[in-house]
Design a protein around this ligand. Structure first.
Ligand SMILES: Nc1ncnc2c1ncn2[C@@H]1O[C@H](COP(=O)(O)OP(=O)(O)O)[C@@H](O)[C@H]1O
Ligand SMILES: [Mg+2]
Length: 408
């Protein structure tokens, strides 16, 4: 490659930064585009400049740096990420490599080591010029740090509202229930996908997901909870990356805790739909979630807050809630227990079963606002007379595909 190797450096420690800069300026073939200690600003720069390489120093806050690598790896797969540290433990080096770093440099950087690494970066850049970039679908996590707010219901309906190839992923590994929401019986689960993750191609992925419509498929949670124990965050990371290459949208329904699997999913997501109900415990828990997102370095624009089960009767001043959370609320899904539960019991998302219901219309509006390509409402369903829906309700078979319970 005759072009210079473009490079960006992130280091929270000044000494490390000086050493990296010293080593890079001694190399004629390197062009340093940006550097500093502000991770958020450099992230934007890297996304914009798409350098050949980014060197990330693992300073005292190594965990944050590793997460930064993970995030960059998802966003800029063509930038070779290089972690660097003084006296790094093998464990830390391994963590950074697992997060997506291709190389590691010891600080102070030896000229010879740097030359070897630069040669590999340069080879990679040449190879990438030849290979077409991989497709990268958009990943949206629907999250609430408190159970029962309706995240599974909203995730299912958001996924069903899109007009493109979408996969809904049940990340409640111990107790997933999304097959019920879609009226499906899943033969395979994410545990099978994790097991076969090294050789996931289009055909294998198609055989492990459960189709609901031509556009929407489900990747179910393991049927046996003990299969979930063997799944590690890195496995989830790899599987989700693969799904992005084959779907336009990957919609995630994670657990309601900040466990390592959920964090791996949230880190990777382009957007987080944060679901809150208008009661004090849920609002408090949402505020804590926002604080955690801040600490994890998520930009606020990644998070979209929506209120579920909204009702005019709730005696809480919305402006006060927004002020308390410090973020605007972008959607209000009305409360209608009968309609919501009715669609779940039938195993058909409401945006399909009753596309003109208030809940379905608002979820479609939220999807449109987030620029998820939304399918137009089926005209025949829109003009359906009211008695037709009564007939449909009477004739529809509830989804009693529940696990068999033993009689005591
Ligand atoms: N907008 C709504 N109005 C009324 N009930 C709702 C609404 N959204 C969800 N529900 C009900 O809330 C319950 C919990 O929903 P679910 O999606 O399972 O929550 P989570 O996944 O957050 O634990 C379900 O019985 C569902 O029918
Ligand atoms: Mg749920």
């Amino acid at each position: 490659m005759t072009e210079p190797i473009t490079c960006v450096v992130l280091s929270t420690g000044l000494e490390n930064f000086k050493d990296i800069r010293r080593a890079l300026t001694a190399e004629d073939r390197v062009k340093l585009l940006a550097g500093g200690n502000d991770a958020e600003q450099l992230y934007e720069e890297i996304v914009r400049l798409k350098p050949d390489a980014a060197i990330i120093a693992l300073g005292p806050n190594a965990e944050t740096a590793v997460r930064f690598i993970e995030k960059l790896n998802a966003e800029c797969p063509r930038t070779a990420l290089i972690s660097a540290a003084q006296d790094a433990s093998p464990d830390l080096i391994l963590k950074s490599l697992r997060a997506g770093a291709r190389e590691f440099l010891r600080i102070p950087i030896s000229a010879e080591e740097l030359r070897t690494v630069l040669t590999r970066v340069s080879e990679l850049a040449t190879k990438q010029q030849v290979e077409p970039p991989k497709k990268k679908g958009r990943m949206v996590a629907v999250f609430s740090s408190k159970g029962g707010c309706g995240t599974s219901f909203i995730a299912t309906n958001l996924a069903a509202a899109t007009a493109s190839k979408t996969v809904l992923v049940d990340l409640n590994l111990q107790a997933g229930d999304l097959p019920l929401f879609l009226g499906l019986e899943a033969k395979y689960s994410i545990a099978d996908m994790v097991e076969k993750r090294q050789r996931l191609d289009e055909a294998l992925i198609n055989s492990l997901v459960t189709p609901h419509t031509t556009n929407l498929s489900l990747l179910a949670a393991p049927r046996e909870a003990d299969h979930a124990d063997e799944i590690e965050p890195q496995h989830i990371y790899e599987v989700l990356q693969k799904l992005r290459e084959h779907y336009d949208y990957v919609v995630l329904d994670p657990q309601h805790t900040f466990d390592s699997i959920t964090l791996a999913a949230l880190d990777q997501s382009d957007e987080i739909v944060l679901v809150v109900t208008l009661d004090i415990p849920a609002i408090r828990s949402t505020q804590r979630a926002l604080e955690i997102f801040d600490r994890l370095g998520y930009p606020r624009k990644k998070v979209k807050i929506i209120v579920n089960r909204w009702s005019k009767q709730i005696d809480l001043d919305l402006r006060q809630v927004e002020k308390f959370l410090g973020e605007p609320v972008v959607g209000f899904v009305p409360s209608d227990y009968q309609t919501a539960v009715g669609s779940i019991n039938l195993g058909t998302p409401l945006v399909q079963a009753e596309p003109t219901s208030k809940i379905a219309l608002e979820i479609r509006r939220i999807a449109q606002q987030m620029s998820l390509g939304v399918a137009p409402i089926d005209e025949s369903q829109q003009r359906r007379p009211f008695w037709a829906s009564l007939l449909k309700k009477q004739s529809a078979q509830p989804n009693f595909n529940l696990p068999q319970m033993e009689k005591v």
